[in-house]
Ligand binder design. Structure first.
Ligand code: MLC
Ligand code: AMP
Length: 498
């Protein structure tokens, strides 16, 4: 019988610990049993979910993994929901993926707002899903997960993961970064994006390692556990490394710094990714902890593509070389493959880790590929054998706190505000967040709206990380000869203001 590779591997690790926390631990056997129960509960007498999309809203931990695996084992497609999302954002996800059933922990149920009634959803709790039945065979080509990601279209698109893709992405990282069953890792990243779901959760469980779950990144709690030597591997976005540096510098923590830096020093591996790690943070972290952060580059659509080496030079400001099995080329604006060092080009990728389609969006899918290569929109060059990310081809994509945001999505929401006539959203460089969301707005009539008022209004429509952080009232927006708003000129307006 064909069994999903991660399930097959979990059987081999049955007695090992998969999750642990202050009050409870869960073995792989426990996870297998729970996920079989979830699968049986979802099947409810059917033989196979046949790629039914099951959305879920479950806090990080054994229950999250049990629901994800339960959906997989029943033949469904798992659609994780951002527990910090605004109701209209969740509505978009549920409608786009034609979701009819949502598994929600009672504590997170309120996040759905009025959607259960409005969309006639069947809402199930993880605890209610149990049973014992024969589970279907799942072929590698079967689709297993959809992650929604922003891009150059206004609304987020669903990246479809087949089981083959998930297996390829996990196995390449487990090998490259030498995951071992003895590894222990904290998981505090959001569980609706690739970094937390694949690089941490799936890789750890693939390797038979143990995870300590947290519902969010809390530096006090994490540093206390680091000081106790709880972890061997650590993965985070650059904003989190900034936060850790700030924590170590805070006068109130000065008596704990030695133990905490000692805990970091003792780790086997510390990784940074999802956004550019400033070279200064890399060197500062090495000075404080002796750890050379391993920076890598990836994307929801392609998994991890470039990585500094596990053994060998981990260079500050660089993202290393293609991971095994990843084919990568740099392509100039004229569409020619760039050869040699020092010339910039867009990163195009192909290979087993690369996705095939956006859910229910053949146009966006077709637009993203050329001759079988996925066009990432990221610009890079090669310097002394290592790739360096130089920026993005679209000014409408913003990376803030490791989240990818679409300026167009935020603009579309802000334009619904009764006082806003027109607006332009841009990302401004920010030491803490990488970039922060800034909006230049032309108000209607004599209206004058403050930033906090605008944020308060937008909160019901956008996740917290998409909210405007800077607001500039302007009389007109800068336009080119064709009448199109020029975002570079909008950025210049903010620079003048400072
Ligand atoms: C929150 N705040 C922001 C903000 N987000 N301010 C500016 N810009 C942002 N983006 C503000 C809030 O309004 C609040 O302000 C304060 O910060 C704390 O908010 P919070 O929600 O509690 O934030 P916090 O939990 O501290 O979150 C910071 C974070 C989080 C860095 C831990 O953003 C995070 O987990 N990011 C990781 C995202 C991720 O996993 N991306 C991977 C995508 S996959 P106030 O005034 O109310 O205090 C991918 C592929 C790959 O990229 O390669 O990995
Ligand atoms: P997402 O769409 O959320 O998966 O985000 C993927 C994007 O994050 C990529 O297209 C890059 O722009 C960015 N990214 C990921 N890792 C890095 C890195 N190490 N350096 C710079 N940008 C990165």
């Amino acid at each position: 019988m064909t069994m999903l590779p991660i399930i097959e591997r979990a059987h081999r690790h049955a007695d090992r610990m998969a999750f642990w926390g202050p009050d409870e631990t869960h073995s792989y056997a426990d996870l297998l049993e729970r996920s079989a129960g979830v699968a049986a509960g979802l099947l409810a007498g059917r033989r196979d979910l046949d790629e039914e999309r099951i959305a879920f809203l479950v806090p990080t931990g054994v229950q999250y993994a049990a629901v994800q695996w339960g959906v997989w084992r029943a033949g469904g497609i798992a659609v994780p929901i951002n527990s910090g999302a605004a109701v209209p954002e969740i509505e978009h996800v549920l409608e786009n993926a034609s979701v009819r059933r949502v598994v929600a922990s009672p504590l997170l149920l309120s996040v759905l707002g009025d959607l259960p009634a409005k969309l006639r959803l069947d809402v199930l709790t993880p605890e209610s899903l149990e049973g014992d039945c024969a589970l279907p065979e799942i072929e590698p080509a079967r689709r297993g997960m959809i992650l929604f990601t922003s891009g150059t279209t206004s609304k987020p698109k669903g990246v479809v993961f087949t089981h083959a893709m998930i297996a390829a992405q996990a196995s390449v990282l487990v090998d490259a970064w030498r995951w071992q069953a003895e590894d222990r890792i904290p998981l505090f990243l959001p569980m609706h994006h690739l970094h937390g779901i694949l690089n941490v959760l799936t890789c750890a469980l693939w390797a038979g390692a143990a995870i300590e779950p947290f519902t969010k990144f809390d530096p006090d709690r994490i540093c206390a556990r680091v000081a106790e030597g709880a972890y061997s591997v650590f993965m985070a976005v650059p904003t989190i490394y900034n936060r850790l540096v700030a924590w170590l510098d805070a006068p109130e923590n000065k008596h704990h710094v030695k133990q905490v830096t000692g805990g970091f020093r003792a780790m086997r591996l510390m990784v940074s990714g999802s956004a550019a790690l400033p070279a200064g943070v890399h060197t500062d972290w090495a000075r404080r902890t002796g750890q050379q952060l391993l920076e890598r580059y990836g994307m929801t659509e392609i998994g991890m593509a470039l990585s500094n080496p596990y053994s060998g030079e981990r260079r500050a400001g660089s993202v290393g070389v293609p991971l095994p099995g990843v084919e990568l080329q740099l392509v100039s604006e004229a569409g020619r493959v760039v050869e040699g060092e020092g010339t910039v080009g867009e990163i195009w990728v192909r290979g087993e880790t690369v996705f095939d389609e956006y859910w229910n969006n053949p146009d966006a899918t077709a637009h993203s590929f050329r001759d079988g290569w996925f066009k990432t929109g990221d610009i890079a060059t090669i310097e002394r054998g290592y790739y360096r990310i130089m920026g993005r081809s679209s000014v409408d994509i913003i990376k803030s706190g490791g989240y990818k945001l679409s300026a167009l999505e935020i603009e579309a929401v802000l334009l619904d505000h009764p006082d806003i006539l027109e607006c332009a959203v841009v990302g401004l460089a920010d030491e803490e967040w990488g970039e922060r969301v800034a909006v230049a707005a032309v108000f209607k009539g004599g209206a004058r709206l403050g930033l906090s008022e605008l944020k308060e209004w937008a909160k019901a429509r956008l996740s917290v990380y998409k909210l405007p952080r800077t607001l500039l009232a302007v009389d007109t927006l800068p336009r080119n000869a064709m009448g199109k708003i020029t975002k570079q000129a909008v950025k210049a307006l903010f620079a003048e203001e400072r």
